[in-house]
Design a binder for this molecule. Structure first.
Ligand code: GDP
Length: 451
C-alpha cells in the first residue's frame, strides 16, 4: 500500500502543526528530509521515540521540528508511522507536507489513516465511526457516547447478539449437514428462548439509539400558537437574545425562524412559526401553511396560549390539532391576571410561564426530559453513531422476528436458518466485519483529511 501524508491538525494558524506519514516508506521518507540535532538517523530510531531536529530540503532548513516514530504494527494505522510536529504557520506546515510528497508520499484522502487502521484490524467500523464523532462532538453527552463508541461499547453489545445467532447457525448446520454424527438435535424450545433474548437485546440497542440521537442531533421543535400570544418573545427568552421580530401587531412572524437552544444537555432546534389562524393576507397565509406543515413534522410542539385571555375557537382548534403529537402547552403571560378557561386544556403537560419576565421556563427542561424519557438515560449504554448502524440493527431485528415466527408456525428449520443467517449478516455489516467496500468507503468519506 502507498505511503500517505497529511496535515493532521486544523488547517489554520496555531502553535503547532502535525504532519503525519503512514506506510511502508514513511520512515525512509522522513529519513531523507529530517536531520536530528544529535546526528541519529530516523531509520535507526526505536518505535515510540522522539527526536529534535530540522527539516532540510535542497540544503534549505524549513523548520525546527519534533519527530516521533511508530513502528508497525504498534501505531494508529498499524503501519510504520512518522509524526512531525512543526511550527503552526500554514505556510511552514504546507512546505513540510510538500517535502514529504516530493520524496514519494501521496496526499491522504479524507479518513484514510482511520480507514487503514480499520483495514489493519486496529478498529472495528463502529469504533472508527466513534472517532469521527469525537472530532465533531458538540456537547458533553455526545462526547461521552462518542468515546464509548470508540472504545467499542456498541461493538460489544452487537457482537454479543451476533455470537448467539452464529452459535445457533453452527449447531443447526452441524445437525443438518452431518446427520450421521451423534450431534444432539437443536430443540425448538431453547431456540425460541435464544431468539427472544436476541430480540430483547436488539430492541434495547435501538431504544438507546433514539435517546442517543436526541442528545446528538437535538429535538426538532415547533413553537405554535395564535398571533400575539408571545411565541417570538418565548423564543427570544429561550435563546436569551432578540431574534424573531416582536411587535404588538398580530401576525408579524411571517416566516419560520429557526434557532437552536440548549436545555441542559439537550438541544431544541426551535422554529417560531407564523401564528396558526385563518388568514386573508396572502403573504402571511404562506407562513400559516408552513406552520401547519411544521406541526406535522416536528418531534416536539410547544403550544403557546395567552393566559390573560379566554381561549377562542382558534386556540381550541390548535389544541385539537396537536392532541396526538408530543407537546407541551405553555400558558404565557402569567405575570398578568389569569383569564384562560383551563377546562379545554385536558392534558398534563402544562407550564405557566411569563416569556416577557422569563419566569417559569426552568421547568421546561424537566418536562422535555420526561416527555422523551431522557431522565434515566446516561450515555453509557451502546449508542448508535448514525443512521447506517441503526438500519443494520433494524434489519437484524426484522429477521430475528421472522425466524421466531417461522419457528412458532412450525416451519422447517431450513426456513428458520435463512432468517437467522440474514440477521447475523446485518450485524456483521454493522460492525464492519462483512461490510462491502462501498459501505466502508462511504463511512470514511465522512472524515476529515489527516484523521
Ligand atoms: P407572537 O405573535 O405570538 O410571536 O407574539 P409576540 O412575541 O410578538 O408578543 C406579542 C405581544 O405580547 C408583545 O407586545 C409582547 O411584549 C407581549 N408578551 C409576550 N409575552 C408576554 C408575557 O409573558 N407577559 C406579558 N405581559 N406580555 C407578553
Amino acid at each position: 500500500m502507498s505511503t500517505i501524508c497529511a496535515i493532521s491538525t486544523a488547517q489554520a494558524v496555531g502553535g503547532i502543526s502535525l504532519i503525519r506519514l503512514s506506510g511502508d516508506k514513511a520512515i525512509a521518507i522522513a529519513d531523507e528530509i529530517f536531520v536530528s540535532f544529535d546526528g541519529k538517523r530516523v531509520k535507526d530510531m526505536q518505535g515510540h521515540t522522539c527526536k529534535y531536529g530540522k527539516i532540510v530540503v535542497n540544503g534549505n532548513v524549513l523548520d525546527d521540528v519534533l519527530l516521533t516514530v511508530f513502528i508497525a504494527p504498534k501505531s494508529y494505522t498499524g503501519e510504520d508511522t512518522v509524526e512531525i510536529s512543526c511550527h503552526g504557520g500554514l505556510y511552514v506546515s504546507k512546505r513540510v507536507l510538500r517535502a514529504c510528497i516530493d520524496h514519494g508520499a501521496e496526499p491522504a484522502a479524507a479518513g484514510e489513516f482511520t480507514k487503514r487502521a480499520f483495514l489493519n484490524g486496529k478498529l472495528s467500523l463502529t469504533e472508527a465511526e466513534g472517532v469521527a464523532d469525537i472530532i465533531s462532538a458538540q456537547g458533553e453527552s455526545t462526547l461521552k457516547s462518542a468515546h464509548l463508541m470508540h472504545e467499542g461499547e456498541l461493538y460489544k453489545s452487537v457482537r454479543r447478539v451476533c455470537d448467539r445467532l452464529v452459535n445457533i447457525l453452527g449447531s443447526l448446520a452441524a445437525w443438518t449437514d452431518y446427520p450421521d454424527e451423534d450431534i444432539p438435535e437443536t430443540d425448538d424450545e431453547s431456540l425460541l428462548v435464544t431468539l427472544e433474548g436476541c430480540e430483547t437485546s436488539l430492541k434495547k440497542i435501538l431504544a438507546d439509539y433514539d435517546s442517543g440521537r436526541i442528545f446528538r442531533e437535538g429535538i426538532d421543535t415547533a413553537i405554535v400558537g395564535k398571533p400575539n400570544v408571545g411565541k417570538s418573545t418565548l423564543m427570544n427568552a429561550l435563546l436569551g437574545y432578540e431574534r424573531s421580530i416582536v411587535t404588538s401587531v398580530a401576525g408579524t412572524t411571517r416566516d419560520i425562524v429557526e434557532e437552536s437552544v440548549r436545555l441542559g444537555d439537550v438541544i431544541l432546534r426551535l422554529s417560531d412559526t407564523a401564528g396558526i389562524h385563518e388568514s386573508q393576507d396572502e403573504v402571511e397565509s404562506i407562513g400559516v401553511d408552513l406552520a401547519k406543515k411544521k406541526i406535522d413534522s416536528a418531534e416536539l410542539i410547544l403550544c403557546v396560549l395567552d393566559g390573560s385571555r379566554e381561549l377562542d375557537d382558534d386556540d381550541r382548534e390548535l389544541l385539537k390539532s396537536i392532541e396526538n403529537r408530543r407537546h407541551i402547552v405553555l400558558v404565557n403571560k402569567s405575570d398578568l391576571p389569569l383569564k384562560i378557561n383551563k377546562e379545554y386544556i385536558l392534558d398534563g403537560n402544562i407550564l405557566y410561564v411569563s416569556a416577557k419576565e422569563r419566569d417559569g421556563l426552568e421547568n421546561l427542561r424537566r418536562m422535555v426530559f420526561d416527555l422523551f424519557k431522557l431522565s434515566g438515560y446516561d450515555s453509557s449504554p451502546a449508542v448508535f453513531a448514525n443512521e447506517r448502524q441503526k438500519l443494520c440493527c433494524e434489519r437484524a431485528l426484522k429477521h430475528v422476528k421472522f425466524a421466531h415466527n417461522a419457528l412458532l408456525a412450525g416451519l422447517t428449520l431450513d426456513a428458520v436458518t435463512i432468517d437467522i443467517d440474514e440477521a447475523a449478516n446485518a450485524l456483521l455489516e454493522l460492525t464492519g466485519e462483512k461490510a462491502t467496500e462501498a459501505v466502508v468507503d462511504d463511512v470514511f468519506s465522512r472524515f476529515c483529511v489527516g484523521k
